[in-house]
Design a binder for this molecule. Structure first.
Ligand SMILES: [Zn+2]
Length: 108
């Protein structure tokens, strides 16, 4: 449902893995902590960041969705091909001539 509704309203849709550790990953440093029971509503990462369980998970899901959409949903990953400048596309004058003439092939 989210996918077609996003398409209807011109929004970007990205799907992340259902086992992505959104709750137990620190959105500040990326460290993955132990699983947390549902009654744990906030936790402190060893890096010092204090997280609300749901806000941290939302930040991680958003970051994962954006990372996913940049690579698999049509965004340009590699630079677009550009035609070579004329001086690079040509060959050195006389290069082919000298190689061919050395092998006895007539040069036109
Ligand atoms: Zn952390």
């Amino acid at each position: 449902m989210l996918e077609y509704k996003a398409a209807r309203y011109g929004r970007t849709f990205a799907k992340i893995d259902r086992f992505f550790p959104s709750t137990r990953m620190c959105s500040a440093c990326g460290r993955v902590d132990r699983p947390k029971p549902l009654n744990v509503r906030s936790w402190t990462c060893p890096c010092g960041a204090v997280h609300d369980r749901d806000v941290n998970a939302a930040n991680n899901v958003l970051a994962a969705g954006r990372a996913e959409s940049l690579n698999t949903c049509g965004a340009q990953v590699r630079p677009a091909p550009v035609p070579a400048p004329r001086r690079e596309a040509g060959i050195r004058p006389g290069a082919a001539r000298s190689a061919r003439s050395a092998e006895g092939i007539p040069v036109l």
